[in-house]
Write a protein that binds this ligand. Structure first.
Ligand SMILES: Nc1ncnc2c1ncn2[C@@H]1O[C@H](COP(=O)(O)OP(=O)(O)OP(=O)(O)O)[C@@H](O)[C@H]1O
Length: 270
């Protein structure tokens, strides 16, 4: 059980830019949380604090029993895997399998477990067929899955996915959805940063909204996407279904196509 607790965390970059102010968030083991907000809101800074890449200037970041200031980034990243936004910032091997294998090998798992985790992660990410391919010969969407598999293979309790849907087609989105379900069954915590509100409503039961370096809302999709104050402060655009429901002046809460169709049929008396 690895809960993640950020308590009154503030952080500024060395050039003095304030990136996070008084940020408090608890993510329980096994939860699925989406962090949303405009560019520059502080999302990336928050997740870099979660996996120990950055250390808080004030406040505390607790990963399970560990205060991240007392452990190295390498140690914390064993508990909190982080898939970067841009796969090209992460890939450094010449073939897909070596890239995925590197993490568990580096963690000194026995060779049987390294094999098992490598195969499992590649299959889950739909890249088993490219094991010997140079990742840089693959399109962006598949390179992203190479980096996701590399992190999953490390079997960390908490997994951070930065913009996983960027550049993904329908098949990629389905692969991501299946992967999230498998991780949930394994009790993993998944935290994503995303600008894709459809992805959020389809797959995440908890949404954290950030604006101007602060957490401004934390709740379910119905609480967030129908709260005009939160939408205004964060400049978030609700998912298309909620926008359409708003145009029809339907009561708040509609977030799926099925709910929208049902409301239209009721409205037209069909
Ligand atoms: N390395 C850095 N040095 C100085 N300022 C930085 C650095 N990285 C981010 N910032 C600044 O910190 C603030 C928060 O940035 P952060 O990247 O955490 O936001 P974000 O919500 O993740 O944005 P995006 O969606 O664009 O990634 C912004 O003002 C940003 O310009």
């Amino acid at each position: 059980m690895t809960d993640l607790v950020l308590q009154n965390v503030s952080f500024s970059y060395p050039d003095g830019t304030k990136a996070l102010e008084d940020f408090t968030l608890t993510v329980k083991s096994g939860e699925r949380v989406a962090i949303v907000g405009q560019n520059g809101a502080g999302k990336t800074t928050a997740v870099k604090l979660m996996n120990g890449l950055l250390k808080p200037a004030s406040g505390t970041v607790q990963v399970g029993e560990w205060d991240t200031t007392k452990f190295t980034t390498a140690q914390v990243s064993r508990k909190v895997g982080h898939v970067f936004q841009n796969p090209d910032d992460q890939i450094f091997h010449n073939d897909v399998e070596s890239e995925v294998r590197f993490g568990p090998k580096n963690m000194k798992f026995d060779s049987g477990r390294v094999d098992e985790l490598t195969q499992w992660a590649m299959e889950l990410c739909g890249i088993s067929g490219f094991a010997e391919e140079n990742p840089y010969n693959l399109p962006y969407s598949e390179r992203k899955f190479v980096t996701i598999a590399s992190v999953l293979a490390m079997d960390s309790d908490i997994i951070i996915l930065d913009e996983p849907t960027a550049g993904q087609d329908k098949i990629g989105l389905l692969t991501l959805g299946r992967l999230l379900d498998v991780l949930e069954q394994k009790g993993k915590t998944v935290i994503t940063i995303t600008h894709d509100m459809e992805f959020v409503t389809d797959y995440f039961s908890r949404i954290v909204v950030m604006a101007n370096r602060k957490l401004i809302a934390d709740g379910q999709a119905e609480d967030i996407f129908y709260n005009q104050e939160v939408l205004k402060a964060s400049m978030l655009k609700p998912p298309a279904v909620a926008q359409m429901a708003g145009m029809f002046h339907f009561p708040p809460g509609i977030l799926s196509k099925q709910q929208l169709v049902a409301a239209i049929l009721k409205h037209t008396g069909t």
